[in-house]
Design a protein around this ligand. Structure first.
Ligand SMILES: NC(=O)c1ccc[n+]([C@@H]2O[C@H](COP(=O)([O-])OP(=O)(O)OC[C@H]3O[C@@H](n4cnc5c(N)ncnc54)[C@H](OP(=O)(O)O)[C@@H]3O)[C@@H](O)[C@H]2O)c1
Length: 256
C-alpha cells in the first residue's frame, strides 16, 4: 500500500482550535489539504481559517459545535456531508482531560468525559461508514493517550473514555478491512489540556501542569503523528520516556 499524500485530501479535524489539533491543521494546510476545522469557539476558528488559507490550504470551512451534545454532533456531520459527502480523513483530536481523585469526582464529570472523549467520536466516525464502505475507502485518526493504555491516578474518567476508544476502534477495524484506522497515543504534550481538564465538581482546573509545561511541543508531536498517518500504522505511542511506562505495564503490570 502506497504512502498517503495529504495534498488535496479533504480532512476534518476536531479540536482544531488548540494544541494538537491546531498544530495538525497548520501542518496539513502547508501541504495543501482541504480542511474542515472544528471546536466550540467559532470566532477563533474563523480567524484561524484565514491563517490556514495563508499557509497554503486550498479551502477551509469552519464547523463549530460541542462534542458533548449529540444533536450538535449530528448537525456537524450533516454540514460536512453537504460539503464533501464524506471526508478522506477524519482526525479526532477534540477532547477533555481530568484532574480529580475518584472519591471527590461527581458522576456528572464521568458522564461528560464519556460524551466528549468517547461517544462523540463514535458518532462522528460511524456517520461516514456507509459512504466509505460504498467507496471502499475511509481513514480515521484517533488522538487517544498513553492513559488509554495504562491506569493513571487523577484521570479515572478520562482513562476509561480513552480505553473505550481502543476497544471500539480496534473492533471497528476488525469489521471493516477497507478502513484505515490509526490510534495515536500522546504522552505529555505542551498544550492547554491540563488547563481545561475537569476537576471533581465539573469545573476546569485552570492551570498548566508541570508535566505539560515541560512536555513535547505540539509541532514536534504533529511531525511524528503525520508520519504515522502516512504509514497507516494501527497504533503508535508518541511521548518520550513515558512510553516505557506502557511497555512496563504490558509486560510487568505489578511493577508499575
Ligand atoms: N496534551 C497532552 O499532553 C495530551 C496527552 C494525551 C492525549 N491528549 C489528547 O489530545 C487531544 C487534543 O488535546 P490538546 O492536548 O490539544 O488539548 P487542548 O489544547 O485543550 O485542545 C483541546 C481541543 O478540544 C476541543 N474541545 C474540548 N472540549 C470540546 C467540546 N466539548 N466540544 C468541542 N470541542 C471540544 C477544544 O476546542 P474548543 O475549546 O474550541 O471547544 C480544543 O480545540 C485530546 O483528545 C487529548 O485527550 C493530549
Amino acid at each position: 500500500m502506497g504512502k498517503i499524500n495529504f495534498k488535496d485530501q479533504k480532512i476534518w479535524i476536531t479540536g482544531a482550535s488548540s494544541g494538537i489539533g491546531l498544530a495538525m491543521a497548520h501542518s496539513l494546510a502547508k501541504v495543501g489539504a482541504y480542511l474542515v476545522i472544528s471546536g466550540r469557539r467559532q470566532e477563533l476558528l474563523r480567524s484561524l481559517k484565514e491563517d490556514l488559507i495563508g499557509l497554503g490550504s486550498p479551502g477551509v470551512d469552519v464547523v463549530a459545535f460541542d462534542l458533548e451534545h449529540s444533536a450538535e454532533v449530528e448537525a456537524a456531520v450533516q454540514e460536512v456531508r453537504q460539503l464533501w459527502g464524506a471526508p478522506d480523513i477524519l482526525i479526532l483530536s477534540g477532547g477533555l482531560s481530568q484532574r480529580s481523585l475518584v472519591i471527590e469526582t461527581e458522576l456528572k464529570v464521568y458522564r461528560r468525559l464519556m460524551e466528549v472523549d468517547y461517544m462523540a467520536n463514535v458518532a462522528l466516525s460511524k456517520a461516514f461508514l456507509p459512504q466509505w464502505q460504498k467507496d471502499n475507502r475511509g481513514h480515521i485518526v484517533i488522538i487517544s493517550s498513553l492513559v488509554g493504555k495504562i491506569p493513571t491516578p487523577y484521570r479515572s474518567g478520562y482513562a476509561a473514555a480513552k480505553h473505550a476508544l481502543h476497544g471500539y476502534f480496534e473492533s471497528l477495524r476488525a469489521e471493516h478491512a477497507h478502513l484505515k484506522i490509526n490510534i495515536i497515543c500522546p504522552g505529555f504534550i505542551h498544550t492547554q489540556v491540563s488547563v481545561n481538564a475537569l476537576t471533581g465538581d465539573n469545573s476546569a482546573l485552570g492551570q498548566m501542569d508541570r508535566a505539560q509545561a515541560e512536555g513535547m511541543k505540539a509541532e514536534v508531536f504533529t511531525r511524528k503523528a503525520l508520519r504515522v498517518i502516512k504509514a497507516n500504522r494501527a497504533l503508535s505511542l508518541i511521548g518520550g520516556k513515558k512510553v516505557w511506562g506502557v511497555h512496563l505495564y504490558t509486560f510487568m503490570p505489578s511493577i508499575l
